[in-house]
Design a protein around this ligand. Structure first.
Ligand code: URP
Ligand code: ZN
Ligand code: ZN
Ligand code: ZN
Length: 500
């Protein structure tokens, strides 16, 4: 068994082009003791250094997936990919850090939930941070938010406006949590779908006899998301606290974000690799098993929306990309075979995000490689206060690196992926852009087998170490809060002094 405590030997990535968010340059990268020790040409290399030949390849920061749910207990079951298998997929796919979600049950101590998630995450093979969901409100929650930010390295909270009767927050609780988070300097993130509208939509479908997976997108159309996105952003505007909208899935909601940004509000939008590359036709196919596997929220959207999300990333309206990786196998999905509202929500993606987006964005000319790095790691690291430890190839940064072969192809399939779930949403899709090597904390953990420009994905060598992932403590008052003191001051009102 691999020794998780033994330091990795020095590693040199030689001959590649280093790609950061701001520039591309020819350089070798020397990794020592888990961090980047040198970047340049003709480096002095210690004896015994392992060499990775990156000639013709792009040496970029390892991906940061800002939205994963490993081992999530959800909708009467538990997501099948846990921290061991989820992060295994991540590393094979060039992602070296994740931010997962602690989701306390309403009424549960958020501190106790955090401790529980830390226990589950002990199996992680790459570094991980946590957003903590606020699913109810009380003095205890308010108090524990302070402890999480001051003593546990939590710098972001999550708010669900969907999942009525379960995780959904009402406006009062949302307001309380935003206010408290602002005080603590923590970023408010929001799942923006109007839970009441969704619930009514679901009832309407069932009353009409629509019980199959097609009822899922029909019950929660884009107006549910646009309304909640606007409500979340307006609440943030009123309180003057930054807001990050997770998984923006449609043009209508993205337009709301664009409006807020254009009005000067500090806000951010995340796009999922799935929403950006798959449309709602998946729900209407003959194969019901496959259709059920695509049930996630927000749902995949009508054609045109995926391209709008890509354009938003290219234009800077959207900031980050993630996956919402939350996997359930066929048996679990079948809990809702006769009632789509009981299908556990979630799909895979953690392994394929970098390839799928490289193919759709860089290969198809939507953005350049530097912007690719920005939206797959750098922006996330900056917004969530992990920069420059993550999100850049620079001396002193963690040696978390994705060496991408920009010309190699691979075909995505459940038969070759490295996560546990028995379905892949991009089944059969050929993509150009293959993570040839992944380096995590200075250790070579993934080596693809590529012959004649085609990767044999199943044959790749994975050598990650269960439990080697470290918790990323994130301080509060990061980049999103930089302008808040000034704008608070500008918004101060004084009584008008009137003559008696
Ligand atoms: O369908 C999804 N996205 N499942 C995970 C929970 C959530 O809404 O993020
Ligand atoms: Zn969500
Ligand atoms: Zn999610
Ligand atoms: Zn497998």
């Amino acid at each position: 068994m691999a020794d998780t405590t033994a330091p990795a030997p020095p590693l040199l990535i030689s001959g590649g082009d280093v790609v950061n968010a701001d520039q591309t340059f020819r350089a070798d990268v020397l990794c020592v003791d888990g961090v980047i020790a040198a970047v340049g040409l003709d480096l002095d290399v210690p004896e015994g250094t392992q060499v990775v030949d990156a000639t013709g390849l792009l040496v970029m920061p390892g991906g940061v997936d800002t939205h994963t749910h490993c081992r999530l207990p959800f909708m009467s079951t538990v997501a099948i990919d846990d921290f061991e298998t989820g992060t295994r997929g991540a590393l094979c796919g060039g992602t070296t850090s994740i931010i997962d979600f602690v989701i306390p049950s309403p009424g549960q101590s958020i501190l106790a939930a955090f401790d529980q998630w830390q226990e589950w995450a002990a199996d992680a093979q790459c570094d991980f941070g946590f957003h903590v969901a606020i699913t109810w409100w009380s003095d205890q929650v308010e108090e524990e938010m302070g402890i999480l930010t001051r003593e546990r390295g939590v710098a972001s909270f999550k708010h669900f406006l969907a999942y009525k009767g379960a995780l959904m927050l009402d406006d009062e609780a949302l307001y309380n949590s935003f206010t408290r988070a602002k005080e603590l300097g923590a970023l408010c993130t929001v799942h923006a779908e109007n839970g009441e509208m969704v619930y009514r939509g679901q009832m309407k479908m069932l009353e009409a006899g629509i019980t199959g997976p097609e009822g899922h997108p029909w019950s929660r159309p884009v107006e549910c998301e646009a309304e909640a996105t606007d409500r979340a952003l307006r609440t943030g505007e009123f309180i003057n606290t930054p807001v990050y909208i997770v998984h923006v899935s449609c043009k209508e909601a993205m337009d709301v974000v664009a409006r807020a940004k254009a009005a000067g509000q500090v806000c951010y939008a995340e796009v999922l690799a799935g929403h950006a590359t798959i449309d709602d036709s998946v729900y209407f196919q003959e194969d019901k098993r496959a259709a059920m596997h695509y049930v996630m929220s927000p749902p995949f959207r009508p054609a045109g929306n995926p391209d709008a999300l890509i354009n938003a990333l290219a234009a800077g309206v959207a900031d980050t990309t993630a996956t919402d990786n939350c996997t359930f196998c066929t048996e679990q999905k079948s809990m809702g075979a006769d009632d789509f509202t009981k299908i556990p929500n979630g799909t895979a993606g953690i392994e394929d995000r970098m390839s799928v987006l490289f193919d759709r964005m860089v290969v198809q000319g939507a953005i350049d490689v530097n912007k690719f790095v920005a939206v797959t790691s750098t922006n996330a690291a900056r917004i969530f206060n992990m920069y420059p430890r993550k999100g850049v190839i620079a001396v002193g940064s963690d040696a978390d690196i994705c060496v991408m072969d920009p010309n190699a192809k691979r075909v995505i399939s459940v038969n070759t992926h490295h996560v546990k779930v028995d379905f892949n949403p991009w089944e059969g899709r050929e993509v150009t852009g293959v993570p040839a090597f992944t380096v995590c904390a200075g250790r070579l953990v993934w080596k693809a087998v590529i012959a004649d420009g085609v990767a044999d994905w199943a044959a790749g060598e994975f050598s990650g170490v269960k439990g080697s992932g470290r918790y990323i403590e994130r301080p509060c008052f990061g980049l999103p809060f930089e302008t808040v003191p000034v704008t608070d001051k500008l918004r101060e009102k004084q009584p008008i002094q009137r003559a008696e």
